[in-house]
Design a protein around this ligand. Sequence first.
Ligand code: NAP
Length: 255
Amino acid sequence: MSDLSAFSLAGRRILVTGANTGIGQGIAVSIARAGGAVVGVGRSGMDETAEKVSAAGGRFEAVRCDLADHAAAQAMLDRIWGDTGPLDGLVNNAGIIRRADAVDLTQADWDDVIDVNLKTVFFLSQSFARRVLADPERRGKIVNIASVLSFQGGIRVASYTASKHGVLGITRLLACEWAAKGINVNAIAPGYIETSNTEALRVDPDRSAAILARIPAGRWGTPEDIGDAAVFLLAPASNYMHGAVVPVDGGWLAR
Ligand code: NAP
């Protein structure tokens, strides 16, 4: 008889930011399929995700929060924990991208991206860790959504590339500080995934063809591809993984 309990999220309650669409929605559905409960956080309605999670047999709680405001994000996590109970995992998925030539990028495009993609990721992780560390019996898992642009330069996405290099750095730093204290901090580096984040690339026939030709798997990724990797990093199977960044990119970084 097979025992897949190391890959199960049964009894676990996991907060996923940016859960209304794209990769966040895929992660929420995968968590539900693995038996976990999802607290979805976002600034938009999450009805579609709620329906998909419920169809997968999971429980979904929706919480509205604008993650551009890191203090509001911290207060939101404290409120969830204080009012409705502890969390076992945090998936820092929400993110934005602004495309412009480096000579034209505005300070607003810099600040907006760094605030959501990096500053809030750090301070939400800090709030989560403070709660976990307050209870010596408790363990926690943090999964950050990085990017292949945590390793590469990219084109016309200066603030995004800076933010994702930063996510890689704080993933490693937080893993070093918390590994011995019961918190695993790891990251996933998605390649080119079919979501609104990459819509501008997919509607440009030249960029779209060039990207596809470079992906060894011969296809763009789907949110589910990322969701299933997230389940592994949230489950007991990855208990000895700290500060790792798992590329889920169809082989893009291997090329
Ligand atoms: P997406 O479909 O645009 O989803 C982004 C999510 O972040 C949405 O739920 C969005 O909510 C949320 N969000 C953005 N700003 C927010 C804010 N201020 N407050 C609350 N929520 C906010 O893009 P995606 O591709 O799924 O992106 C998810 C993550 O994967 C991002 O960190 C992205 O950088 C990363 N990633 C994506 C790819 C890719 O190829 N798609 C590759 C590498 C990494 P709204 O719908 O309300 O805007």
